[in-house]
Write a protein that binds this ligand. Structure first.
Ligand SMILES: Nc1nc2c(ncn2[C@@H]2O[C@H](COP(=O)(O)OP(=O)(O)OP(=O)(O)O)[C@@H](O)[C@H]2O)c(=O)[nH]1
Ligand SMILES: [Mg+2]
Length: 683
């Protein structure tokens, strides 16, 4: 396999809304470069990108696919990412591996949420951006209007580099050879707008331009790259991935105008630990120390764990000894691969700009840095921000004995997916799997079943309610048992008092004169704590209670630990019953990110769930973050509801805020359920 120098490499991530046509476009680009002989389709499940069984069934990309193509002495590393919000973690991860983010917008559906977010995230990472308007062949598309909204939402720096012509059957170039008629707007005007924008980043060129009125395209290359790098220019290209219109022209733009790794903004790395860490930027020099960032990890059923990385500095060969992040012991690369969807090709070396993979290195985890400078450890990249996984299910194995394997497999899945978490909730004694959405969860469970043969039962996670008291009350119990020879005796008088919310539990011994001997007081406390753990009225842990033991009795022979545990427990139950016990429910703060147009619906839905909106802030043009408060119990099924309200464009996160008294009806229901379950147990 031929090697390409860094200056002849381009790295591009195709990002944007699900269904905008990224996978189809990747296929068209591979075909145009000759990397494949025939274009597959998403419908038939024959694309290079969507090679996994579930991707074929669902006709959506679920993971970032790593592709490459060679054309005009240039190698383009292309990453096709999923656009569905459930799998957006894969697209965010891919942004760290490229110089150029190509945001694909469907001419049929217009600019949607993910496209806006991607424009924003790519700008935050200082990537060069490109907007690709796809599906120009489709019926009933209004391209002039779409271009206007692109410019009004993303800025005037979004300028067409080509324009549709012949009724969307082809495109005309507006930059290199601006000659021809376009379906709308004017090629000459588009050309001038581009040149005007580009020369603005170079004063000398600007005065030359003002003098001569024209500048040769070669002269424009360096300022063009600068304008891209500074976000001063965002080229807009038109294509139809389906008919191939504009695809060769897009390839030309990628080769001639997209930055090579030396022309982009190098990413930030950190060395050292914690606050003492210092930042530095990598240099795309093949002779320097190796710095490579693992932006994706896959558990391949055939080759095992595959660490996929982007080389930012230095050269990786088969013989390179690399250190993983914080580690000290190097590993030898051995086999080095380049990927084409599900296929691996062995390569000799990878230079800055290359995307390559190593297999079977256990220490490699998502987001680690591989390097070869032995005097430095703890090298990291800046942390990535991923959405919080919110959609949870409690899981139990269908077959007993599978617990251990399930936990191992989940552990491996978490290592490859930063948007998946497993929590063990000790208060409800449940293992809860959390993902970004229902489809995400289903994809994990289906993979567990098909790839690992693990069957799992799921149900909604329990709500972690609590109990507390609202009044002061006295409790008393005498424990007395006389069976045969030895007896049991212990007597406890105590008072319970409510404490401030969040203050916790307090146990005070105010007995006098040794009525309860010192050594038995821990037994009394143990009895009280037994009730605290399981609750008194509805089966939930009790909190914010003070217990004051002020009197009691003992017997010189029959007093035993077991007697005081029992007396303590029952005296406490006696007091709680009179202290107006209540159930507390968790209240969470929620943040919903959605199109501005959905604000009313979101607020209405939140109030129907006993919640309220507490504020809104604009994130990007047309996109809002709405914050609010709501009881956790009322948010069941919220992900699905949000999806339907926003047409799949909303996402949300939540955090525990505080506990509040549950409304009477809910309290009665919980108490009744508890009584019923106790009765079952007793029977
Ligand atoms: N008319 C028309 N349809 C297209 C074009 N490109 C893609 N499509 C269709 O749009 C649908 C979605 O295409 P995909 O390539 O799967 O879209 P995607 O962006 O990869 O979607 P995700 O993987 O879910 O993010 C498919 O039915 C394609 O056949 C195009 O240029 N014109
Ligand atoms: Mg796709």
């Amino acid at each position: 396999m031929a090697n390409y120098a860094t200056s002849n490499i381009r790295t591009v991530a195709l990002v944007g809304q699900g269904g905008s046509g990224k996978t189809t476009l990747a296929e068209a680009l591979l075909l145009a470069s000759g990397a494949i002989k025939e274009a597959g389709t998403v419908e038939r499940g024959t694309t290079v990108s969507d090679f996994e069984p579930l991707e074929k069934t669902w006709q959506h990309s679920l993971r970032a696919s790593i592709l490459h193509l060679d054309t005009q002495d240039t190698r383009v590393h292309l990453i096709d990412t999923p656009g569905f919000p459930d799998f957006i973690g894969q697209a965010i991860g891919a942004l760290d591996a490229v110089e150029t983010a190509a945001v694909v917008v469907s001419a049929q559906s217009g600019i949607e949420m993910i496209a806006s977010q991607m424009m924003d995230w790519a700008a935050k990472r200082r990537l060069c951006r490109l907007v690709i308007v796809n599906k120009i062949d489709a019926d009933n598309v209004d391209l002039p209007n779409l271009l206007a909204s692109i410019q009004s939402l993303f800025g005037k720096e979004c300028l067409p580099i080509n324009l549709p012509a012949g009724g969307g059957k082809r495109v005309v170039d507006c930059f290199f050879n601006p000659d021809g008629e376009s379906d709308f707007s004017s090629v000459g005007q588009a050309h001038r707008a581009l040149v005007d924008q580009v020369v603005e980043v170079d004063e000398e060129l600007m005065s030359l331009y003002l003098e001569q009125g024209e500048i040769a395209p070669e002269e424009l290359h360096a300022p063009f790259e600068k304008a891209l790098r500074e976000g001063h220019l965002v080229p807009v290209c038109f294509v139809s991935a389906k008919t191939g219109a504009g695809v060769a022209e897009l390839l030309e733009v990628l080769v001639k105008l997209a930055p090579n790794p030396a022309e982009g903004n190098p990413p930030l790395f950190y060395k050292g630990e914690g606050d003492a860490a210092t930042e530095f930027r990598s240099e795309p020099d093949p002779k320097k120390h190796v710095l490579a960032h693992v932006f994706k990890v896959v558990m391949d059923p055939f080759v095992g764990k595959l660490g996929i990385f982007r080389v930012h500095q230095g050269t990786v060969t088969k013989d390179t000894q690399l250190i993983v992040g914080d580690g000290r012991k190097p590993f030898k690369v051995g086999h080095l691969f380049m990927l084409q969807g599900g296929k691996n090709v062995e390569i000799e070396r990878a230079v800055p700009g290359d995307i390559a993979a190593v297999a079977k290195v256990d220490e490699i985890d998502f987001d680690c840095v591989l390097h070869d400078s032995h005097d430095e450890d703890h090298i990291h990249m800046r942390p990535l921000e991923f959405p919080t996984p919110m959609q949870g299910v409690a899981i139990t194995p269908k077959k007993r004995g599978d617990e251990q394997r399930i936990s191992e497999v989940l552990h491996r899945m978490i290592a490859e997916d930063p948007t998946l978490v497993v929590e063990h909730d000790s208060s409800t004694n449940e293992t809860v799997l959390r993902a970004l959405g229902d489809l995400h969860l289903r994809s994990v469970l289906e993979r567990m079943a098909s790839q690992f043969k693990l069957e799992i039962d799921t149900r909604p996670p329990r709500i972690p309610y609590r109990e507390t008291i609202t009044a002061q009350a006295e409790g008393f119990h005498r424990h007395k048992k006389q069976t045969g020879g030895a007896g049991q005796f212990g007597e406890v008088s105590l008072r319970v008092e409510p404490r401030e919310r969040g203050a916790g539990f307090e146990f005070l011994d105010q007995t006098k004169g040794g009525v309860i001997p010192h050594q038995f007081m821990p037994a009394v406390q143990k009895g009280v704590e037994q009730v605290l753990g399981i609750g008194a009225i509805a089966g939930f842990p009790m909190q914010d209670v003070r217990v004051i033991v002020h009197d009691g009795k003992h017997h010189p022979v029959d007093s035993k630990e077991i007697a005081f545990v029992s007396a303590g427990r029952k005296a406490f139950l006696d007091a709680v019953e009179k202290a107006r016990p209540i159930v507390l429910e968790p209240i969470v703060t929620v943040e919903v990110i959605c199109p501005e147009t959905n604000t009313g619906d979101i607020a209405g839905d939140l109030s129907s769930r006993r919640g309220q909106v507490t504020g809104t802030r604009g994130l990007q043009p047309g996109v809002l973050a709405i914050s609010g408060l709501a009881p956790l119990a009322a948010l069941e099924g919220y992900s699905a509801r949000l999806k339907s309200v926003t047409g799949g464009h909303g996402s949300w996160s939540m955090q525990l805020s505080h506990y509040e008294q549950a409304p009477p009806q809910l309290q009665q229901q919980l108490v009744a359920e508890y009584k019923k379950s106790r009765k079952h147990e007793e029977e």
